[in-house]
Design a protein around this ligand. Structure first.
Ligand code: COD
Ligand code: ZN
Length: 379
């Protein structure tokens, strides 16, 4: 007896309140409506951005919600009008949709799509489906989606424009990381910063995203990669992935940007912020060289005011840009999955822990304590 067209009851991790552990509950997942797809999640990673939404300091959070935006799974059923995937296909849901119709989707300059963000903060977008309702119910209450994905449920419903169809032989327990952490950092270096061979780079923040940016800088042929984190435990892995120098701002007697400027005879060519917050943003700008210094911003801190910058810093030749999902989209992610299979990059290094899905709160604790890079949850 198939499940198509029927409500599926399954386990999901629900955030009922900010600042509280998630709770594993039985949820009802409605069948997909037009241009929607119901996906069985097989594996998912935990990214720092999942925790931002349940940080009590975060303004504008919507609760209760099913978090998770770094998953991989198999299509269970499709709603009317879906043509890009069929039941049984392996997929990675992406928080960056690709409607193909808007002026952004039609431009080669960006992976932004008008369906991604109608307001100003992508972290709190896509909390409902297009008809402004949710497909999740728990204890009679409607539960919000998250970033159009909600991977922390054994089954989820995703819009067709958020799905990348990947190879049938893809290892879902690894390529789930292509759903966020790896792609976000690697693409920030390769696609957005466009790091050049022989260049000098600085990467701030050595979580799953920052380490992937280090991999990107190395792949692009950077000659020097200065990795910065306030947690020195991250340095061994950064070095293994290609960092040439590691700096802990808390162990220096002057600002880290000054140290980088001295080390590089005037500043690096490329700096990538994978930590977020006004202090790191400032260091990212100040550590780049005048003339052509390129600054790429990935991180967003909860309620942070951002950067105040003097026009002189820009007039002297620096450029600033932001990066979302590393510039990838549903059309380019399948190629990343085959590149992984063909050994072009290593996802193993990012996996520090593997846990059954039910132990998701342990995974959250490991991330908060800075003990994990990525925990893979197995469903
Ligand atoms: N200086 C240097 N390093 C720092 C500092 C600092 N001041 N503060 C924190 N760090 C380090 C931490 O010690 C940690 O090692 C690292 O930065 C962050 O790593 P993780 O593992 O906590 O986080 P990631 O890699 O999973 O995610 C980092 C992001 C910056 C992407 C995330 O926190 C974020 O800002 N998300 C919001 C943007 C967004 O929504 N993107 C879309 C989905 S990711
Ligand atoms: Zn993420």
């Amino acid at each position: 007896m198939g499940t198509k067209g029927k409500v599926i009851k399954c386990k999901a991790a629900i955030a009922w309140e900010a600042g509280k552990p998630l709770s594993i509950e039985e949820v009802e997942v409605a069948p997909p409506k037009a241009h929607e797809v119901r996906v069985q999640i097989i594996a998912a990673g935990l990214c720092r951005s999942d925790t931002h939404v349940i940080n009590p300091k975060f303004e504008g959070a919507f609760l209760p919600v099913i978090l998770g935006h770094e998953g991989a799974g198999i299509v269970e059923s499709v709603g009317p009008g879906v043509t890009n995937v069929k039941p049984g296909d392996k997929v990675i849901p992406l928080y960056v949709p690709h409607c193909r119709k808007c002026k952004f989707c039609q431009s080669p300059l960006t992976n932004f799509c008008t369906k991604f963000s109608e307001h100003k903060n992508p972290i709190i977008e896509q909390e409902l489906m297009d008809d402004k309702t949710s497909r999740f119910t728990c204890k009679g209450k409607s539960i919000y989606h998250f970033l159009g994905i909600s991977a922390f449920s054994q089954y989820t419903v995703v819009k067709d424009i958020n799905l990348a169809k990947i190879d049938d032989d893809a290892n879902l327990k690894r390529v789930c990381l292509i759903g966020c952490g790896f792609s976000t950092g690697y693409g920030a270096a390769i696609n957005d910063a466009k790091v050049t061979p022989g260049s000098t780079c600085a990467v701030f923040g050595l979580g799953g995203v920052g380490l992937s940016a280090v991999i990107g800088c190395k792949t692009a042929g950077a000659s020097r990669i200065i990795a910065v984190d306030i947690n020195s435990d991250k340095f061994a892995k950064a070095k293994a992935l290609g960092a040439t120098d590691c700096l802990n701002p808390r162990e220096l007697n002057k600002p880290v940007q000054d140290v980088i400027v001295e080390m590089t005879n005037g500043g690096v060519d490329f700096a990538i912020d994978c930590a977020g917050g006004s202090e790191v943003m400032k260091a990212t700008v100040d550590c780049t060289t005048v003339g052509w210094g390129s600054c790429t911003f990935v991180g967003v801190n909860v309620n942070d005011k951002g950067l105040t910058i003097s026009p002189v810093e820009l007039i002297l030749g620096r450029t600033l840009r932001g990066s979302s999902f590393g510039g990838w989209d549903v059309d380019t992610v399948p190629k990343l999955v085959s590149d992984y299979k063909n050994g072009k990059f290593n996802l193993e290094a990012l996996v520090t822990h593997t846990l059954p899905f039910e132990k998701i709160n342990e995974a959250l604790d490991l991330l908060k304590q800075g003990k994990s890079i990525r925990t893979i949850l197995i469903y």
